[in-house]
Write a protein that binds this ligand. Sequence first.
Ligand SMILES: [Zn+2]
Length: 132
Amino acid sequence: MPRKLPALNADNRAFWQGGERGQLLICHCDACARYVHPPGPICPYCASFNVAAIPVSGKGVVVSFTLNYQAWTDELELPYVVAIIELAEQQGLRLLSNVIGMDPLLVHIDMPVKVSFLNIDDVWLPLFEKDQ
Ligand SMILES: [Zn+2]
């Protein structure tokens, strides 16, 4: 069974396809200057419609994580890490992803990470690896 991919729409397309150009694109509100995730047409802080996806650094830290031992898809090597990443640009700007490219048992909270994209079909999944 292949990995289930997100359904693309006008709101989330930039987030899922920014990796084609090596960019992590996160919605940003021009009215209140806050980042917004998950992507949407309206700023949840100030209700402005002036929201557009812009590139961020792709750097962040692991806020929380879990080691998973259930192979939901064939491609998953066990165990694998599901983590909440807080991006460097804004306190509380978090996304759910995987930490890859290292021994899962060495992942820890507050570990610096940087984005790394996995392309499947027309989606570039933003995954994270340890940032030295
Ligand atoms: Zn706003």
